[in-house]
Design a protein around this ligand. Structure first.
Ligand SMILES: [Zn+2]
Length: 173
């Protein structure tokens, strides 16, 4: 079971936080509001980091696309035994540019995507915990479900609602 540290808002498993403060499981009523405000500040930090991750993903994709273009440029027409064939010319500079661009773009894209997924999950966890703290004053942090599960539940709910609408639709007079 994880709890928030009342002093530094870390999520910790142990009975003592890294900052040295002992873990308290429940907040006093007057402590709830300032604590939630501090948690909201943390979600803002997550949002900033998420926008950086998105830039990484976009820049990475752009560089990778440029890499693909150079890859096509590095093909050359060659006469192999009387037949015209297109082969990759590994000695040309386009080929090297495409390699470097594909690797650099791919790494940027992956770093941005992975960091983005981790940060997005962290942000959702804090928002989920804020609701819980507001309702119960408890600092316990229950793990939030994966985003795909949330999407799946949302789609299921939407389909059920559509079926309900179809069943209860009034015939037009
Ligand atoms: Zn702490």
């Amino acid at each position: 079971m994880k709890y928030y540290c009342k002093e530094c808002q870390r999520r910790v498993k142990e009975s003592t936080c890294k900052c040295g403060a002992p873990i308290i499981t429940t907040l006093q009523e007057e402590e709830v509001r300032p604590f939630i405000q501090r948690l909201h500040k943390k979600t803002n930090d997550c949002r900033h980091l998420l926008s950086h991750c998105l830039s990484f993903v976009v820049i990475g994709l752009t560089i990778a696309i440029i890499g693909f273009l150079f890859y096509y440029l590095s093909f050359s027409r060659e006469n192999v035994g009387g037949q015209i064939e297109y082969v990759v010319n590994t000695a040309c500079s386009e080929c090297w540019v495409s390699m470097v661009a594909l690797i650099a773009g791919g790494v940027l894209f992956l770093v941005g995507a992975v960091l983005g997924i981790i940060t997005g999950r962290k942000k959702r966890q804090i928002l989920f915990d804020i609701e819980n703290i507001r309702a119960t004053s408890s600092l316990e942090s229950k793990p939030v479900e994966l985003i795909v599960v949330t999407w799946f539940k949302g789609i299921k709910k939407w389909i059920r609602h559509q079926i309900w609408l179809l069943k209860h639709k009034q015939p037009k007079a």
